[in-house]
Design a protein around this ligand. Structure first.
Ligand code: ASP
Length: 584
């Protein structure tokens, strides 16, 4: 038997018992007469001790141990004279009567404890050591609990977990595919799924009624803090349902997870239309934990002789409560902030609400005090507030204001961790204009159903067509999205046509799906949650990397095993591949 107990288990009631423990040496304190060793495993830390009464041979052996040695010790549990209240096992220690080194360790490159001295890169390179740190382990335990709770909830609701293939024909979700060459079919490739979209729809055609899968998806796109080339989704599909049924089911799942995992109770999730979200929050994933809604000033701001407003398609602003004391320097800095390419606004106009009821602004030259008061009235601004106004092209300006709103929300502490405000965003446009390719592309994906009443607009005014598509947003983060699907072959081919596919291309790529629809397809709808994002939000972390056991870095590399990496000439030959230009 390797151990009788774990390192997190022993308490005062165990005093006097003989135990065997195994684990990693976290820390050794040699006090001369006494030596303390902290022994760590997944379950906790237990203090081991040798003193004058300990056999000299064992004391010698203890002196040869180093950090991260894997050892097995035998000993008797005794009450500590000075207790450690921080540690669940802090009332006891184990008097060592035998030590066995199971595996020695060379000096680790950083300390294996929560506040480690290891930088990001080093910790990624030695991820298996980083994963020994309790804080990192906690994230993965949380992940496993959320996965389990999800499985339980959905299984109880009658969902069947079905595995779909990883080597597939491309499914478009708006990113590039990762591809896998086929040795047996020279010159041909599989794609890794961007999602199991088509398969889950085919499962509905096959009569499975309710499907789910906690599944890896792969998207070759530029990486950001909350993106990984491979990530996990809670993927679902349901038959004979409408949008309402999907929203209710997954609102239920989300509330269940918040309550079961975090003990957080949430009321019914509010719903916002895409248009409303953009107009009021400048984002299709608004953080509604705080107000500071965007106010449209276009009609009041134009026509007062201020060329910047007069020439703008849209003028909008937000009111930051209590920021009226902002200094020139702070305002300049904010202006620089919104001018950064990521935000891209051209300028920022401010109105400061003074205590004496007057208003100081950067447009005093063009607006008299009555006109300024009229602008401020739109915000119901009070003394001490700061109104920030941006003019410009409507959509860009709304987005810039949305970003500014989040920034001010951060500065004012209105976005605290540990509070959760989910909502549904519904009524997305079906299509968006793709400048680069000069054609329409699907805002969600090509299998999303238009709202039936908007179908006639598909030919005449495609940009106006709304989709039966929905997103679940929590605290300004898109946690999931889905849609009611097209289940009619003719409508699906009409959709491909709008998206610029020739009938031949549509047939070659999606013929099997449209064909399947000819054999009796049930109305169906579904959704997928970004599992990594959900877990990192529950953990109160900003990046999904910390909730993934072996993540990639920002360039999509696994720096631990140094991949991606070249393959041998022989492998290339077998696959009939030639590398045109060896990457630098
Ligand atoms: N396949 C979609 C996605 O990955 C989700 C869905 O429509 O169910 O975003």
């Amino acid at each position: 038997m390797y151990r009788t107990n774990t390192c997190g288990e022993l308490r005062v009631e165990h005093c006097g018992t003989e135990v065997i423990l195994a684990g990693w040496v976290q820390r050794i304190r040699d006090l001369g007469a006494m030596t303390f060793i902290d022994l760590r495993d997944r379950y906790g830390i237990t203090q081991l001790v040798t003193d004058e009464k300990t056999d000299a041979g064992i004391r010698e052996q203890a002196a040869t141990l180093g950090r991260e040695f894997v050892i097995q010790v035998k000993g008797k549990v005794r009450e500590r004279s000075s207790k450690n209240k921080q540690l669940p096992t802090g009332d006891i220690e184990v008097e060592i009567s035998a030590i066995k080194v199971l595996s020695p360790s060379i000096l680790p490159p950083f300390t294996i404890q929560n506040d480690t001295d290891g930088g990001d890169d080093l910790r990624m390179k030695y991820r298996y050591l980083d994963l020994r740190r309790p804080a990192v382990q906690q994230n993965l335990f949380l992940r496993a609990r959320i996965a389990q709770a999800t499985r339980n909830y959905l299984s109880e609701k009658g969902f069947i977990e079905v595995e779909t293939p990883v080597m597939i024909k491309s499914t478009p979700e708006g990113a590039r595919d990762f591809v896998v060459p086929s040795r047996m079919n020279p010159g041909e490739f599989y794609a890794l799924p961007q999602s199991p979209q088509i398969f889950k729809q085919l499962l509905m055609v096959a009569g499975f009624d309710k499907y789910f899968q906690i599944v890896k998806c792969f998207r070759d796109e530029d990486l950001r803090a909350d993106r990984q080339p491979e990530f996990t989704q809670i993927d679902c599909e349901m038959s004979f349902v409408e949008q309402e049924d999907v929203l209710n089911t997954f609102e239920g799942l989300t509330r269940h997870l918040l309550l079961e995992i975090l003990g957080v109770e949430t009321g019914a999730f509010p719903r916002l239309s895409y248009g409303g979200a953009m107009e009021n929050y400048g984002s299709d994933k608004p953080d509604i934990r705080f107000g500071m809604k965007i106010v449209d000033l276009t009609s009041s701001a134009r026509g007062k002789g201020f060329p910047v407003f007069d020439g703008a398609e849209y003028v909008g602003g937000i009111c930051a409560e209590g920021c009226g004391e902002y200094t020139r320097k702070q305002l300049d800095e904010l202006t620089e902030w919104i001018k950064r390419p990521q935000i891209g606004a051209r300028g920022l106009i401010y109105l400061k609400m003074n205590e004496n009821g007057t208003i100081r602004s950067s447009i005093d030259k063009y607006f008299n005090s009555e006109e300024l008061k009229d602008l401020a009235f739109h915000f119901r601004a009070r003394a001490g507030d700061l109104i920030l106004v941006i003019p410009g092209e409507r959509e860009k300006t709304l987005t810039a204001l949305g970003n500014l709103r989040l920034e001010m929300g951060n500065r004012l502490g209105l976005r605290p961790k540990g509070t959760f405000q989910p909502l549904w965003v519904v009524d997305f446009p079906l299509l968006e204009w793709n400048e680069e390719n000069g054609r329409w592309s699907a805002m969600h994906h090509p299998f999303t159903s238009p709202k039936p009443e908007d179908i006639p607009l598909l030919d005449s005014d495609p940009g106006k067509v709304r989709a039966n598509a929905y997103d679940l947003v929590i605290n300004g983060v898109e946690i999931g999205g889905g849609s009611v699907r097209i289940f009619d072959a003719a409508l699906q081919s009409a959709m491909f046509k709008v998206l610029g596919f020739t009938p031949e291309q549509a047939e070659a790529q999606f013929g099997f799906l449209m064909n399947a629809f000819k054999y009796g397809a049930p109305p169906h709808a579904g959704i997928a949650f970004g599992f990594d994002r959900l877990v990192s939000m529950f953990a109160g972390l900003d990046s999904i990397r910390d909730v993934i056991a072996f993540p990639k870095n920002n360039s999509g590399r696994d720096v631990m095993n140094d991949s991606p990496s070249p393959i041998s000439e022989e492998q290339l030959k077998e696959l009939f591949l030639t590398i045109q230009q060896p990457p630098k």
